[in-house]
Design a protein around this ligand. Structure first.
Ligand SMILES: Cc1cc2nc3c(=O)[nH]c(=O)nc-3n(C[C@H](O)[C@H](O)[C@H](O)COP(=O)(O)OP(=O)(O)OC[C@H]3O[C@@H](n4cnc5c(N)ncnc54)[C@H](O)[C@@H]3O)c2cc1C
Length: 391
């Protein structure tokens, strides 16, 4: 029986990156191999990977989410995910710096700022002359972001900002802060978003956190004391801050999902090469079956969650709301990163903890992917709420 060939377009994509994105992936992989080899040093010395970040800027990796008219490459979320997996597979501290800059700061400014604001800040951000930081969390406001207390009181042509933000990635290195502050009493509608520059009087960097992982990425307090914020640094309109914060986190979570994929991939590769080296006296593979099952399960999940992440990224690139899909991607990929890193340490045995390879660093770095940009339980909450009561 002959099959009828239809001319209709395929109903599902072929799960391949376009040639342009494959080329971009090779370009970023080359950057990661040539410039991120000192990841263990930055971790051990708790030193910011300044040079690798500057090289990334020169290569155009700090402008993927910015429109071309403002100096960006407008490559979008899928390209950013592909890029972040490559970078995080080698250096997670560099990865989070670039993820926050692109997906939490540049994306936010591109979507919510007016023309004058974009022309003012993008020239410095796309070149990496300035790094950006996203300041939502406070001492009493983490998962419950609407509980934030930092205040911005309107006084004539400016606001006066007072309060402290905690756990801010790139805090000590950034020159531009997106700060969410209270402009009204309403828990949600009383929150507004502002751009605050590092050099303004009253802005200072407070304590630097000592962390389990991501030790090359400085996480600090950002303190605002009586800071005069010009009214034209308000983003969008008063009261829109919470909407902006959550919308931006949908994109940010894709960055952390990709970071998790990178950690998982690096961990799986450690397991794979360890098992490949196990041979009997006749040179035949001799890895134990449980170890092979571990490798197979992790490798299958890595591919599955990469597609979950890319699906959400494609939706976001199409301008479709993807809160549930982004939460699913981060939930699954971050859990995988932790399982894979733990398995690598187990399978490698003593070599998994002695620092002779990346296993123990990956295990420490992986833990944080289940905490920031919405802890694991918060992702489950977002998914369940979205399913129970669709918007
Ligand atoms: C390395 C690092 C970098 C960070 N960078 C930034 C940054 O750049 N900018 C920024 O603004 N913030 C940043 N954060 C803060 C981060 O977003 C918060 O840590 C995170 O939102 C969790 O808040 P929390 O730590 O206060 O924990 P909590 O909110 O106290 O949550 C702790 C646990 O309680 C449970 N829980 C809490 N609420 C609920 C609920 N409603 N339902 C079910 N379970 C719940 C969850 O299991 C959760 O894991 C960073 C954090 C870390 C660790």
């Amino acid at each position: 029986m002959t099959r009828t060939v239809t001319q209709s377009p395929p109903q599902v994509p072929d799960f391949q990156l376009s040639p342009a994105l494959q080329e971009f992936r090779a370009y970023v992989r080359d950057y990661a191999q040539k410039h991120l080899g000192n990841a263990a040093y930055y971790d051990a010395e708790t030193k910011f990977p300044r040079e690798p970040v500057q090289v990334a800027a020169k290569l155009g990796l700090l402008r993927t989410t910015v429109a071309k008219e403002y100096g960006g490459s407008a490559m979008g979320n899928l390209a950013s995910c592909v890029m972040l997996e490559e970078i995080n597979a080698v250096c997670v501290s560099t990865g989070v710096t670039i993820s926050v800059h692109n997906s939490l700061v540049n994306s936010l400014l591109g979507k919510w700022c007016n023309e004058a604001q974009k022309k003012r800040w993008f020239p410095k951000l796309v070149t990496g002359e300035w790094l950006g930081a996203y300041c939502l969390s406070e001492a009493f406001s983490g998962s419950d972001a609407a509980a934030l207390r930092c205040e911005a009181k309107k006084q004539g042509d400016h606001y006066v900002m007072d309060g402290a933000k905690l756990w801010i990635t790139t805090g000590s290195e950034a020159q531009l802060f997106v700060i969410f502050a209270r402009t009204g009493a309403d828990r949600v509608k009383g929150i507004s978003a502002f751009v605050v520059e590092r050099d303004w009087p009253g802005v200072s960097v407070g304590k630097k956190e000592r962390k389990l992982g991501l030790r090359g990425s400085p996480t600090t307090e950002i303190v605002c004391e009586n800071v005069k914020v010009p009214a034209d640094c308000l983003i969008a309109t008063e009261g829109l801050g919470f909407t902006i914060a959550l919308d931006t986190l949908d994109g940010g979570r894709l960055g952390i999902a990709s970071q998790s994929l990178g950690i998982a991939r690096a961990s799986i590769e450690l397991i794979r090469s360890h098992l490949a080296g196990q041979v009997d006296a006749k040179g035949r593979p001799s890895a134990s079956q449980p170890d092979q099952w571990t490798l197979a399960d992790l490798a299958a999940e890595l591919d599955a969650y990469r597609f979950l992440t890319w699906r959400a990224a494609i939706l976001r690139d199409q301008g479709v709301r993807c809160s549930i899909e982004a939460a699913m991607a981060k939930l699954c990929a971050s859990r995988l990163a932790n399982r894979a890193a733990r398995a690598a340490v187990s399978v490698l045995g003593q070599a998994g903890v002695d620092g002779s390879n990346a296993a123990e660093r990956l295990l420490r770095d992986a833990r944080i992917t289940e905490i920031y940009e919405g802890a694991t339980d918060i992702q489950r909450l977002v998914i369940a709420r979205g399913l129970v009561a669709p918007a």
